[in-house]
Write a protein that binds this ligand. Structure first.
Ligand code: SF4
Length: 253
């Protein structure tokens, strides 16, 4: 009996990623885009018009990852000007750093914006409460994946908790609807100081497709300090892991 189980385990091989600092995603993954200026920018103007969230600006040429849904339509419409790379290291402490220009070679993390107490208190243990503020469950599933057998983020003491009272910070997903605005405030108030705020996903960063909707209420973002801005639709587990590791001082981009 036991031998058949050992055989199954053996056939699975090693499933976990041995080094989370040494991960390369497939070429198909859409991460940080590279922008190129050409003599004729008419394709970019057409791409900007078809972008569902208005993430592309033409003068000057830029692409706001905090609004981008990574649908890839702009790269199909303007292939000479917009190309998505598989660089997943796109989380940062600065909302402005999410705006990609033709000069951008990486998304800068800006460690100088990290509050000093964060690496001091949380480098060995960080518990987070997740609030889906009208999220569509895609990012929530990716956040769940950070704790699975592949990523095993728990090996660094970083896990999600069932109660805000047992957590050190909140991870917010979704554009923040009016209905979820008050529960989010209550959750945030229940977390002890000093608390970390992580905005996860392009819809959480900007409202995404719903930024003009009357059904959302983003006063939370205006009233509280945000420690991490993580774009993505959904955000890849490695984007989350990389940014959190930078935040608590476990690595440097
Ligand atoms: S990939 Fe992003 S920038 Fe391009 S069209 Fe889609 S949402 Fe807009």
């Amino acid at each position: 009996m036991i031998y058949s189980k050992i055989k199954v385990l053996h056939s699975h091989g090693w499933q976990y990623i041995p080094d989370l600092n040494d991960v390369t995603l497939t070429e198909e993954f859409r991460g940080r885009p590279e922008l190129t200026v050409t003599d004729d920018m008419s394709d970019v103007e057409a791409a900007a018009k078809l972008c569902p969230t208005g993430a592309i600006s033409t003068a000057p040429f830029s692409l706001d990852l905090g609004r981008c849904l990574f649908c890839g339509e702009c790269a199909l419409r303007a292939p000479r000007n917009i190309r998505f790379t598989n660089d997943y290291k796109i989380g940062t402490t600065s909302r402005e750093a999410l705006v990609v220009t033709p000069e951008t070679k990486q998304i800068d993390f800006h460690p100088e914006l990290v509050r000093k107490e964060i690496p001091k208190l949380f480098s060995r243990s960080l518990k987070l409460r997740q609030v889906s503020a009208a999220g569509d469950a895609s990012i929530e599933m990716e956040l769940n994946a950070t704790g699975n057998v592949n990523f095993d983020f728990g090996r660094y003491g970083i896990e999600f908790t069932a109660s805000p009272r047992h957590s050190d910070g909140v991870v917010i997903t979704g554009p923040i609807s009016k209905n979820m605005s008050e529960p989010l405030d209550i959750c945030y108030a229940a977390i002890p100081e000093p608390k970390i705020t992580i905005i996860c996903g392009s819809e959480a960063c900007s409202g995404g497709l719903f930024s003009e909707s009357k059904a959302i209420d983003r006063h939370f973002i205006e009233q509280h300090h945000v420690d991490l801005w993580l774009p993505g639709a959904p955000t890849h587990p490695m984007t989350f892991i990389d940014a959190v590791m930078n935040l608590i001082g476990k690595k440097q981009r």
